[in-house]
Design a protein around this ligand. Structure first.
Ligand SMILES: Nc1ncnc2c1ncn2[C@@H]1O[C@H](COP(=O)(O)OP(=O)(O)OP(=O)(O)O)[C@@H](O)[C@H]1O
Length: 256
């Protein structure tokens, strides 16, 4: 038994007969910011999907804070304290950002049993205030009354983060949080994630292609190659790993 936020042991998972992930094992300690990198098709998203409960592994196990969640569905994992974001933000496009965050806050109340028994036609004032606080914190307050569909790509990702934070997760799983962003937006997303993990004390696991993001955020890095973890080390150790340089980083220490 372990209290580590995440322990993955001998994981095999995929989409058909041949597994994509092969014997993946990983321990993520409390407060760690663990980045999973690797060439296109290495299995990063597949690994992420297995962690989130979208893909049930064929062998191995996943423990969250010591609890076996290997066969638990995604919603139950979120209820247990695992927050997740997606490469393409999943938000309610017709609702305003404030309404989106209120929905997440209400879902949190349902899941922790504080929602009460009455059907309500309007959100509780306290939830509206909390939603405003979260949106202000994430720099989205000014966008609170527009439909989320007209937000920029970067702001949609921020909104998804806001909804995730409304559920107060202890483990954040971010799948390519800066995918599709312009470079200025990317660095502001990095600062935001950095601040959130410092303020909430949450443990972070992310997949990412952008090496600036990887080395800014990561305290530990795992490298996937053909579905196997070929290195887990500090950022410095990964930069200096000759095999990782050969398969992924290139000679300058950057993704070629
Ligand atoms: N839904 C699916 N059905 C069948 N095969 C899939 C499916 N999704 C991914 N794969 C295959 O699994 C392998 C790993 O894909 P995955 O998306 O996990 O890699 P990745 O490391 O995230 O790649 P990228 O960096 O391009 O996002 C690839 O060979 C891919 O073609």
């Amino acid at each position: 038994m372990t209290d580590a936020p995440l322990l993955v042991e001998g994981l095999f998972a995929g989409y058909g007969r041949a597994p994509i992930l092969k014997d993946v094992s990983l321990t993520v300690a409390a407060g760690e910011r663990h980045v999973v990198i690797g060439p296109n098709g290495a299995g990063k998203t597949t690994f992420f999907r297995a962690l989130c409960g979208e893909l049930i592994p064929s062998a191995g196990r996943i423990l969250f804070e010591g609890r076996d969640v290997t066969r638990l569905g995604g919603f139950r994992r979120v209820r247990a304290g695992m927050g997740r974001s997606f490469q393409v933000a999943r938000i309610f496009a017709d609702m305003t950002p404030a309404e989106n965050v209120v929905v997440a806050l209400e879902a949190g109340e349902v899941s922790n049993g504080t929602a009460g028994w009455r059907f309500a036609t309007a959100p509780k004032p306290a939830l509206r205030l909390e939603a405003e606080r979260i949106l202000t914190d994430l720099g989205l307050a000014a966008r609170g009354d527009e439909p989320a569909s007209i937000l920029s790509h970067g702001d949609k990702k921020r909104l998804e983060l806001a909804m995730m934070l409304a559920l107060k997760p202890r483990l954040l799983l971010l799948d390519e949080p800066t995918a599709g962003m312009a470079s200025a937006d990317r660095m502001s997303a990095v600062r935001l994630v950095d601040r959130i993990v410092r303020e909430t004390g949450a443990t972070l696991i992310l997949t990412e292609h952008d090496m600036d993001v990887v080395f800014h955020l990561g305290t530990r890095i795992s490298v996937l190659h053909y579905g196997e973890i070929v290195a887990t080390d500090t950022p410095e150790g990964v930069r200096n790993n000759s095999f990782v340089k050969e398969i992924y980083l290139g000679r300058g220490g950057h993704h070629a």
